[in-house]
Ligand binder design. Structure first.
Ligand code: UDX
Length: 462
């Protein structure tokens, strides 16, 4: 099938690369010329394991192209994905200006051939109808311009579309995680399609046949959940809100554990063995960050408020998460007493390992707080660069190696559980730290090895 993908952020690029890998012909469009130019030369705008190889192979096979042209993207495609950003505004509601502009523009390029316009950006519940309206507006505008042009006898006026726009809107939320986005796309737990009509469902079933009805009879078919538009949109929010709540739950349990002398890692292990609970997303720590959980939980709370519902549980999910960062500072304060004038080594800036994404990263929030309290903060991250944090935190120093960051520091604070930090010999850390204090805000270091090196170990909930 021919697929157009509008917006080459995380979701768009990964979706385009994976769909072309399974045999579709994909055009990825972005209005950022430099980004498109880079992609044409194999430069990925994001750090995502496996993505560059996938893109290179699909481009070489002639199944993936990058463009800045909206007209060719829409006109050549059977399915057009909207995968533009929906960042949070100050009040927590999502900024939908990019979706609005793209939907209108798609409408202005439609003709009589049937297309499915798929919303993959995370938009508030009810947006499917709104996207339909915008696409129609875009199409009507072209028709009206053409009519008025003809009426005025203006030879330069655009041509009227040959037939009324023929499209259906679908919602196809993604559940991919940064750092394992390619793996997640190839190994989905389910494919969710919200559709207006059976025509769209049929097209989407063909698009995802590789997973939904695999040709290889030994391969397990992935369940496809077909719903109305609003339910599909709600599934995405509910999934993220549930996972965020699960983490805030275990963080709250961790805080109780610290008071009663229990170990939250053992609690997570034991309750996780209950199939109704499950072990994943039960790692206590400095709380969740990233581009999805903070934005989506806040957006759900704000949508509910618009409809007159007060989300008490989700508000608690947000406030436990906020508090979790504060607790890291309190732990440091307990160990060092006065923070002003101290040097803190901070390992890990990304919001989680295997990504260079620092959006809503707990590490940056904690670093900012420490800088405001008069600390010198020397950070290290295996992939986040000094240039990335410069604009946000100009006073944050970024060291070239994990050990360099620790040199002469009053305490080591681990904020992201990059596997390589666990591989650093605590003896070498102990040899260069000014004071023997390690705050492991991700419970990722070997407690006994750290203590064995004569360091004081402070974890979360243990
Ligand atoms: C998430 C969802 O998992 C994904 O399905 C959705 O499409 C987008 O949002 P992502 O933001 O990439 O993906 O990261 P994820 O791995 O889910 O982690 C989110 C945050 O939760 C990270 O800050 C991580 O450190 C934190 N986390 C995760 C915990 O603190 N404890 C855990 O047990 C798991």
């Amino acid at each position: 099938m021919k697929v157009g993908v509008i917006g080459t952020g995380y979701v768009g690029l990964v979706t385009g690369a994976c769909l072309s890998t399974i045999g579709h012909t994909v055009v990825c469009m972005d209005n950022n010329t430099a980004k498109v130019e880079g992609l044409r030369q194999g430069v990925m705008p994001i750090y995502e394991p496996g993505l560059d190889e996938l893109v290179a192979a699909a481009v070489a096979a002639g199944r993936l192209q990058f463009t800045t042209g909206m007209a060719e993207t829409v006109q050549d495609s059977d399915v057009v994905f909207i995968t533009v950003g929906t960042p949070s505004r100050a009040d927590g509601s999502p900024d939908l200006s990019a979706v609005r502009a793209v939907a209108r523009s798609i409408g202005s390029h439609l003709d009589g051939r049937f297309r499915v316009i798929v919303n993959k950006s995370t938009v508030p519940v009810g947006s499917g109808n709104w996207v339909r309206m915008l696409v129609e507006d875009g199409a009507n505008l072209v028709a009206a311009t053409a009519r008025s042009g003809q009426h005025a006898g203006n030879g330069l006026a655009v041509l009227a579309p040959a037939a009324p726009p023929n499209f259906s809107v679908a919602s196809n939320p993604e559940f991919l995680r940064e750092g394992s986005a390619v793996w997640d796309t190839f190994n989905p737990d389910r494919i969710v399609i919200g559709a207006e009509d059976a025509r769209a469902v049929e097209v989407m079933r063909r698009l995802y046949a590789h997973w939904v009805s695999p040709a290889d009879t030994d391969t397990q078919a992935v369940p496809m959940v077909v719903t109305d538009l609003a339910s599909a949109e709600m599934i995405k929010y509910a999934a993220n809100a549930f996972l965020a709540t699960k983490i805030s739950f275990i963080n709250e349990i961790a805080n109780i554990c610290e008071r009663v002398g229990a170990d939250v890692t053992r609690i997570a292990e034991a309750i996780g063995l209950d199939k109704r609970i499950g072990r994943s997303f039960l790692n206590a720590g400095a709380g969740w960050g990233g581009s999805c959980f903070p934005k989506d939980v806040s957006a759900l709370v704000s949508t509910a408020a618009e409809y007159g519902y007060n989300c008490e549980l989700l508000k608690a999910t947000l406030s436990v998460n906020e508090h979790q960062r504060q607790l890291v500072i309190e732990k440091l304060q307990r160990e060092l007493r006065i923070l002003k004038g101290r040097t803190v080594a901070l390992w890990g800036l990304a919001f989680k390992p295997h990504t260079d994404d620092i959006r809503c990263a707990p590490a940056l929030a904690v670093a900012e707080h420490l800088l405001n309290l008069g600390c010198r903060v020397v950070a290290h991250d295996p992939v986040v660069t000094a240039a990335q944090v410069q604009g946000q935190l100009p006073d944050l120093q970024v060291a070239g190696s994990a050990l360099e960051a620790v040199q002469g520091a009053d305490a080591l604070l681990v904020m992201t559980e990059w596997p390589e930090y666990g591989g650093i010999d605590p003896q070498t850390v102990a040899a260069v730290l000014r004071q023997p204090i390690v705050i492991d805000a991700r419970n990722c270091l070997d407690t006994q090895a750290v203590q064995g090196a004569g360091l004081r170990y402070v974890g979360v909930g243990r």
